[in-house]
Design a protein around this ligand. Structure first.
Ligand SMILES: Nc1ncnc2c1ncn2[C@@H]1O[C@H](COP(=O)(O)OP(=O)(O)OP(=O)(O)O)[C@@H](O)[C@H]1O
Length: 228
């Protein structure tokens, strides 16, 4: 469960990105985060994986208060959260297999076990046959699927996707959406920041709209709501 209470975030340069946020997202939900550029969507997601801390208020992730948690426990929190970015962020000199294996939290696991886990997650994103390829030998959609595999390899409870289809053409975007839906069906909470009116209005889910750092709408089976 993700729970924010009275959350404010002012960056060091004085910009207030979040202006009093109260929200609860239960395990297994699929939520779109929408809103104009600069509204605070990325800041909202960064508070969840503790890339940023709130200036005021509390952020709880599965009963962990991310503001007061000990620094050394951050890796444990991050293991529960996978993150996917608009620009994929794969390591260019590593193969698909290596990019995913690199993210695996190896706790005395044998090679066969690691291989099985990596291949399982590559299978989930339909990329088993490209395990030996380098990122730049793949299409944008395939690269995004590798980044989803990397995010999912530790079986996180929460998947955050910050504009995952922002660099992709429409057909490829739908492929990515179907994979995110499958992941959600498996019980993972999916939180997706997006500017895609078409996706939000077609695959209906809860919509949280942020403007000027505030939640201005929180709607089950919601729509995108902004004119183009
Ligand atoms: N690290 C930072 N330091 C200072 N200001 C920041 C930082 N990150 C974001 N901001 C500012 O905070 C505000 C909210 O930014 P944020 O990236 O959260 O918006 P967004 O809704 O994700 O925008 P977009 O849709 O363009 O990605 C903006 O005014 C932005 O300039």
């Amino acid at each position: 469960m993700i729970q924010m209470q009275g959350v404010y975030k002012t960056y060091r340069n004085g910009v207030t990105a979040l202006n009093g946020l109260d929200v609860q997202i239960d395990q297994g939900e699929f939520v779109y985060v929408v809103g104009p550029s600069g509204a605070g969507k990325s800041t909202f997601t960064k508070l969840i994986y503790r890339e940023e801390k709130p200036t005021n208020g509390t952020v709880f992730i599965n009963d962990i208060n991310t503001s007061t948690m000990k620094q050394r426990r951050i890796p444990m929190l991050r293991r529960q959260i996978g993150v996917v970015y608009q620009d994929f962020r794969l390591l260019p000199t590593l193969t698909v297999y290596e990019n995913v294996a690199f993210a695996l939290e190896v706790i005395e696991e044998d090679t066969a076990n690691i291989r099985r886990r990596v291949m399982d997650v590559l299978d989930q994103v339909h990329l088993k046959n490209k395990a030996r390829f380098l990122p730049d030998e793949l299409s944008g959609g395939e690269q995004q699927r590798v980044s989803i595999a990397r995010a999912m390899v530790n079986h996180p409870k929460i998947l955050i996707a910050d504009e995952p289809t922002g660099n992709l053409d429409p057909d490829t975007s739908w492929e990515i959406m179907h994979i995110l839906e499958e992941i959600n069906t498996g019980g993972t909470t999916v939180l997706m920041a997006t500017h895609s009116r078409e996706i939000v209005n077609t695959i209906r889910k809860r919509v949280i709209a942020i403007e000027d750092g505030m939640i201005v709408r929180d709607q089950a089976q919601g729509d995108y709501g902004y004119e183009m």
